[in-house]
Design a protein around this ligand. Structure first.
Ligand SMILES: Cc1cc2nc3c(=O)[nH]c(=O)nc-3n(C[C@H](O)[C@H](O)[C@H](O)COP(=O)(O)OP(=O)(O)OC[C@H]3O[C@@H](n4cnc5c(N)ncnc54)[C@H](O)[C@@H]3O)c2cc1C
Length: 313
């Protein structure tokens, strides 16, 4: 299936009330837009409709007019996603550069949800705001981090988020205080179809040189321990209470396990890799095999951290 081919029957445009006319959206709308072109695993089918809104108002207008039965999936850079091989029905929203601006006001960092974590951490460092260094090591967008409660080194988004602006599935623009996200480990209560468009983070006063040194330490540690230049989706499974997922996977004999071109990383065995031409089905099946082996070996049920979206082929 190529990028110009929708992954649903030809009459789907009528079923979903799509595509909108140029009066409805100022951004871009692509039928059958490729997701494999940019997500980290480089696998999976296309979006039925890939939409890049021009700005918040454009996105809100689109969601307001869209048939309520049409599924909406926001994506960042796909650093925590398996997109299944049959593609994603409905509308996939990808935020444009115009929604990735980062600024500092009154000791707080305000970031468009399309901004990368490293950009936020760097802006905080330059402004002498400590506590956001961990975002240096998370290769995703602010939207993905707010949704996933991303974290590392004992801190996560719930520790630094003040509030975030969300466009709800019915097109309302709302500012939510952090408490409304119902954060627990790698989870928020953000409803399906809601799109985070901006976030405000706080930290504590710090020396830029010290903050920068901590960011460098994080970068070096990541380089040494994670397959950063591979096609991967980050940590595959959540760490179960009292355990490290990688240690359970290692103990169950899964380090280096393969299925087609999918492999459990030798470097960090809670990472799955696409060695070249793996399908999403192979990657997901390998993950399920790991879960089965870990359950048999240690009795622990691993829970997926990677978000699996779309339909099988
Ligand atoms: C090498 C590597 C290292 C990693 N290390 C860490 C780590 O230390 N800690 C950690 O927590 N994660 C880590 N990850 C996973 C990943 O980077 C994070 O989960 C990140 O927050 C995902 O951001 P993203 O923009 O890529 O989101 P995506 O992967 O595109 O999407 C992830 C989820 O967020 C949702 N989402 C994305 N954007 C929005 C938005 N604007 N509004 C609403 N929902 C949205 C998607 O619908 C999906 O459910 C790592 C990944 C890699 C590849």
């Amino acid at each position: 299936m190529n990028a110009a081919t929708p992954c649903v029957p030809a009459n789907a445009a009528t079923q979903t009330g799509f595509p909108p006319s140029r009066e409805t959206i100022r951004g871009s709308v692509e039928a059958g837009g490729s997701l494999a072109d940019f997500i980290w695993f480089r696998t999976g089918g296309p979006a039925e409709w890939l939409v890049r809104p021009a700005d918040v108002e454009d996105l809100a207008g689109l969601l307001k007019t869209l048939d309520p039965s049409t599924p909406v999936l926001p994506v960042g850079v796909g650093s925590n996603l398996i997109v299944r091989d049959g593609g994603v029905p409905g509308v996939v929203v990808r935020l444009p550069k115009a929604m990735a601006k980062v600024s500092v006001e009154d000791g707080r960092v305000r970031a468009g949800a399309g901004a990368m974590g490293i950009t936020v951490a760097s802006a905080a460092r330059d402004a002498g705001i400590a506590g956001l260094e961990f975002l240096r090591g998370i290769p995703g967008t602010v939207g993905g981090a707010v949704r996933m409660n991303a974290g590392a080194y004992g801190r996560d988004v719930s520790d630094i988020l003040i509030e975030a602006t969300v466009v709800t599935r019915d097109g309302a623009v709302e500012t939510w205080p952090a408490a409304r996200f119902g954060y627990v480990y790698r989870h928020s209560d953000l409803p399906a179809g809601a799109v985070v468009v901006e976030a405000v983070f706080s930290g504590t006063p710090g020396e830029p040189a010290v903050i920068g040194a901590e960011m460098d330490r994080i970068a070096a540690e990541r380089e040494a321990s994670q397959p950063l230049r591979s096609r991967t989706g980050g940590s595959t499974f959540k760490n179960p209470e009292g355990h490290k997922a990688w240690a359970l996977i290692d103990a169950a004999g899964c380090r280096g396990l393969t299925r087609g071109d999918a492999q459990v990383s030798e470097k960090h065995c809670n990472f799955l890799l696409n060695l070249g031409s793996a399908s999403s089905a192979e990657i997901e099946a390998l993950g399920e095999e790991v879960r089965t082996k870990v359950k048999a070996h240690s009795g622990v049920t691993l829970e997926w951290e990677i978000q699996r979206v779309g339909v099988a082929k």
